[in-house]
Design a protein around this ligand. Structure first.
Ligand code: NAD
Length: 276
């Protein structure tokens, strides 16, 4: 991580994550917020971004003008919603801005736009920026490889009632990690919830369950169950600052990096461990 100060624009700045990104950035001397963007119909447009996050004024007004807000920034941190993500990524590439993308629920066209942008600028797109969850990915890979399909795997996630996408991006990544470790063909063995007369559980199936309610920031459990025992790997986020700090760490990592699609494991230096 470099000690030089970087300039950052936050996109989705008035949202739950955006406000925590503003607040956490304000406590980091290596980061200066120079832009704050939200949707064209947001009622706080024009307000100071610092005040929005419950801080002293930052002298940066919340705007819907994405290009103008990104112009003075070296790195864009985007935690806006999935709709319009392809257009936003194309703009960041055109402006030559490094991108930390936290948005989940991105469809195939959006994912392709992320890959295209990463040919031009450095990008980290992670479903979860917490250090603990990235360790959970590594532990899950290891457990799935060691236990094999004698153990039934179920992935259970719970989030707050306002979450827009299901299953969570983190749960999707956990499933991919399990499939890679087992060597199964993606998507064929996934079972999203159960209802009715389902019959016995097929060997090799991966059950996926999205629970919604209240203000839960993000819980993920991976269950490996066999005859006579089960292993559960559990992560619970108790506030959003864990994601915000990880995203800011990714922004500092990207400054000065060549174009490419980087993973959070690269940022945290746990890529080799995750692959073991
Ligand atoms: P939120 O609804 O509270 O905030 C999203 C904000 O984006 C809103 O203020 C909305 O007005 C704004 N927005 C919508 N369209 C926009 C546009 N075109 N330009 C700029 N702003 C726009 O949601 P949230 O809980 O803050 O989550 C935001 C996203 O981040 C979701 O996709 C969520 O799943 C994801 N998320 C990722 C992580 C991670 O670690 N990767 C962690 C938490 C949340």
């Amino acid at each position: 991580m470099s000690n030089a100060q970087i300039t950052v624009a936050i996109v989705g700045a008035a949202g739950r994550m955006g406000r925590r990104l503003l607040a956490c950035a304000a406590s980091l001397p290596q980061v200066r917020i120079v832009g704050a963007v939200d949707a064209a119909d947001h009622r706080r447009l024009g307000d100071d971004a610092g005040r929005l996050a419950g801080l002293d004024a930052l002298q940066v007004a919340l705007t819907a003008d994405l290009a103008a807000a990104c112009a003075p920034a070296q790195v864009v941190i985007d935690f806006a919603l999935a709709q319009g993500v392809a257009e936003r990524m194309a703009l960041y590439a055109r402006l030559q801005r490094a991108v930390v993308l936290g948005t989940t629920g991105v469809d195939a066209a959006g994912s392709e736009a992320v890959r295209q942008a990463a040919r031009v600028v450095p990008v980290v797109h992670a479903p979860n920026f917490s250090i603990g969850v990235n360790l959970l990915f590594a532990l899950t890979a290891r457990a799935a490889a060691s236990l094999g399909d004698d153990y039934d795997v179920e992935v259970v996630e719970m989030h707050h009632r306002r979450k827009q996408d299901a299953p969570s991006g983190t749960a999707v990544r956990l499933i991919e990690v399990i499939e890679q470790a087992r060597g199964t063909v993606p998507a064929t063995a996934r079972c999203y919830g159960r209802q009715g007369v389902t019959g016995a559980r097929p060997r090799g199936q991966i059950g996926v369950h999205a629970v919604r309610g209240g203000d839960v920031v993000g819980d993920h459990t991976v269950i490996f169950a066999a005859e006579g025992e089960r292993v559960e790997l559990v992560h619970k986020a108790s506030n959003r600052d864990t994601f915000a700090h990880g995203a800011l760490r990714a922004a500092l990592y990207l400054a000065g990096k060549p174009a490419g699609l980087y993973a959070m494991a690269d940022v945290l230096g746990i890529a080799a461990e995750a692959a073991r």
